[in-house]
Design a protein around this ligand. Structure first.
Ligand SMILES: *Cc1c(COP(=O)(O)O)cnc(C)c1O
Length: 227
């Protein structure tokens, strides 16, 4: 009899995803070590997250500052080398809290946020590692720069604001072939001399890896369906 997947332990599920990531990498002759797993723990409480920490996972993603603030300070005391990734939109009035908690922002998506980051840096705040979010599907309701604006925004980050950008991030439209969006993001990163790509979620992380992802953001296949 095959085991019900919910009887798998967090360590089993983590190992299974890492195995799938490594296979996808090797299929396109990439080194699996260059692809990082961000475990997206949004909506799951500390008790659900702890077994993944105990199994060795250290990179976690959250999409809401307030939720992360309630959950992570205590966990970070227990597991000091955790790296926290902000993957949701950031309101500038939450920037201070976000800077105190997150190591990496995947969602730098507008000038106003860049300017507030610069202000915070000038006051002595340490800068997170930064990804610029691109609205590859040009969806009106979605955050991120239009693809046509990415080059000039990155140039301003570099020359005007002196913000170091590590890479690009996208969330493809739900009803379109994700591969087209991953390929577009890869091209934009390549054209702008960026090496890091945050793309791919539970349903499509292997495809994203085949198209160049260096960070995949995986939630439900690790933690279970969100309520
Ligand atoms: C929730 C979320 C994920 C993870 O989605 P799953 O389908 O559960 O893997 C990845 N990226 C972002 C930006 C998210 O909000």
């Amino acid at each position: 009899m095959s085991e019900d997947k919910h009887s798998l332990t967090p360590a089993d599920r983590l190992a299974a995803i890492k195995g799938r990531m490594a296979s996808a990498a090797r299929a396109v002759e990439r080194d699996p070590a260059e692809i990082k797993l961000v475990a997206v723990s949004k909506t799951f409480d500390a008790d659900a997250v702890r077994p993944f920490l105990q199994a060795g996972q250290r990179l976690f993603g959250e999409n809401r500052v307030q939720e992360a603030q309630a959950k992570w300070p205590a966990l970070k005391e227990e597991f000091r080398d955790v790296e926290l990734h902000l993957i949701g939109p950031l309101q500038t009035n939450k920037l201070k809290e976000a800077l105190a908690l997150f190591d990496v922002f995947h969602t730098l998506d507008r000038e106003k946020l860049a300017l507030e980051l610069v202000k915070a840096r000038d006051k002595g705040a340490p800068m997170p590692r930064l990804f610029v979010q691109v609205n590859t599907g040009e969806e009106p309701q979605k955050a991120g720069l239009m693809p046509a604006d990415v080059g000039s925004f990155l140039a301003r980050c570099r020359d005007e604001w002196v913000l170091e950008i590590e890479g690009l991030m996208c969330i493809p439209p739900v009803d379109e072939e994700a591969a087209l969006h991953f390929a577009l993001l890869e091209k934009l990163a390549h054209d702008n001399g960026l090496s890091q790509l945050s793309m791919g979620m539970s349903a499509d992380f292997e495809k994203a890896i085949r198209l160049g992802a260096t960070y995949v953001r995986v939630g439900s296949v690790l933690f279970g369906a969100r309520g």
